[in-house]
Write a protein that binds this ligand. Structure first.
Ligand SMILES: Nc1ncnc2c1ncn2[C@@H]1O[C@H](COP(=O)(O)OP(=O)(O)OP(=O)(O)O)[C@@H](O)[C@H]1O
Ligand SMILES: [Mg+2]
Length: 398
């Protein structure tokens, strides 16, 4: 009996010891875990502060981890301020409907073009959102790449890849406000630009679903890189649209004078065929070296389409409207083909205009033909005129 009591007592003591030891173990685990959490929190806080300080102070693109799920970089205003030397006047490369365009260099050495949106005008803010959204979805070698943007308080900016030779219009006719050296493009380069721009529009119309209508296709929205390869820019006015028979997007009439298709100007009805019309106007600029609307010209010559259209289908007459700067360096066969494409694109009746895929198909052989000529004869006249012809007045490439 006594032995049994003794045994029970020992058992109780052992149980108490086990409970105490277990509680101690749990308590020390809890203490250790809380300490671990405290240290971890402290370390990550200091890392975060450090990263933020680095991001803000260095303005570093390469250090920045701020990337949207679409792969766009979100810049701070400070970063873009320092990339453009404080938005210095000497870095302004253009001024469009959006605002000033600056040349900039990011801290990783990348050259960019930065568009600073004018504070005035609500339309711009809407365009900003549309463009960011659209460009982040669209990727083609023939479309200008958007690298990122900034939307700090009142500042809205877009950051694009830099195109060393600026807008196509600068190489076709003198742009007001500049008396720098004016570079004119040779025929082969013009053909290639026509094809690359056509491929940009073809992508928007036929490789994106639903199709994207550019709505402001024009020569200043065709940008040229250092080798004069072309990319289509500015989808700020673009809207998702339809090119189905009879399908259209009803909207406010926007776009630029001289490029707007008649049905779009009259009714606001918009299809991909409106872009085809604007493309035709750009082809006419490439052929003639003339501005789409120039009321200083003699009567009947002010509007490029009306002046050129009657000449486009006549072999003898088409020579008369060609850009004199080309100095006859083209083959008549090619000119007639390009003039015929232009004539179809600017048809007043939208249904008679070709699809951009048709335009691409027609231009491919012409550009290919030049490539093989250049390869076969290194010193051919085509090769010799490959780079832009320098004229004595006007504006230089950027
Ligand atoms: N990515 C770029 N690289 C180099 N230069 C550029 C770039 N983007 C624009 N530019 C220059 O800035 C000029 C103005 O461009 P911007 O797009 O602001 O105006 P726009 O094309 O004349 O009119 P809109 O605002 O209607 O498009 C261009 O003609 C070109 O010279
Ligand atoms: Mg533009």
């Amino acid at each position: 009996m006594e032995a049994e009591d003794e045994y029970e007592k020992k058992e109780r003591v052992a149980l108490v010891v086990i409970v105490v030891l277990a509680s101690l173990a749990v308590a020390s685990l809890l203490v250790a875990f809380s300490y671990y959490c405290y240290i971890r929190n402290k370390v990550s806080k200091s890392l975060r502060n450090h990263a933020r300080a680095e991001y803000e102070n260095k303005g570093g693109f390469s250090n920045s981890q701020v990337v949207t799920e679409k792969g766009l970089h979100v810049f701070t205003f400070k970063q873009l301020h320092s990339a453009t030397g404080g938005f210095s006047k000497s870095n302004v490369v253009g001024h469009g409907g959006f605002g000033l365009v600056y040349r900039g260099v990011l801290s990783d050495g990348r050259k960019v073009a930065i568009k600073l949106m004018d504070q005035a005008g609500k339309q711009g803010e809407e365009e900003f959102k549309v463009e960011v959204e659209l460009l982040s979805r669209l990727h083609s070698p023939f479309l200008l790449a958007l690298l990122g943007y900034c939307s700090d308080n009142n500042h809205k900016l877009l950051v694009y890849e830099f195109m060393a030779n600026g807008g196509l219009q600068e190489h076709l006719y003198p742009v007001s406000g500049s008396n720098a050296l004016f570079l004119k493009l040779d025929w082969e380069t013009r053909l290639r630009i026509a094809l690359e721009a056509a491929k940009g529009l073809e992508y928007l119309h036929e490789h994106v679903n639903p199709p994207v209508i550019h709505r402001d296709f024009k020569s200043s929205n065709i940008l040229l890189d250092k080798n004069f390869h072309a990319k289509v820019s500015d989808f700020g006015l673009a809207k998702l649209g339809s090119d189905k028979a009879g399908g259209h997007v009803s909207t406010r009439v926007l776009g630029t004078q001289g490029y707007v298709a008649p049905e779009y100007a009259l009714t606001g009805h918009l299809t991909t065929k409106s872009d085809v019309y604007s493309y035709g106007v750009v082809l006419l600029e490439l052929l003639t070296g003339r501005v789409p609307v120039d009321m200083k010209r003699p009567p009947g010559e002010g509007v490029l389409v009306s002046w050129a259209l009657p000449h486009l289908t006549d072999r003898d007459q088409v020579v008369q409207i060609m850009d004199p700067a080309l100095e006859g360096q083209y083959s008549m066969k090619e000119v007639i083909q390009v003039a015929a494409i232009a004539a179809m694109c600017v048809q007043p009746e939208a249904d008679y205009r070709p699809l951009m895929a048709d335009v691409v198909q027609s231009l491919v052989p012409l550009v290919k033909n030049h490539r093989s000529i250049s390869r076969a004869a290194n010193s051919s006249s085509f090769h010799a005129t490959r780079s832009p012809t320098v004229l004595d007045s006007g504006k230089a490439g950027v």
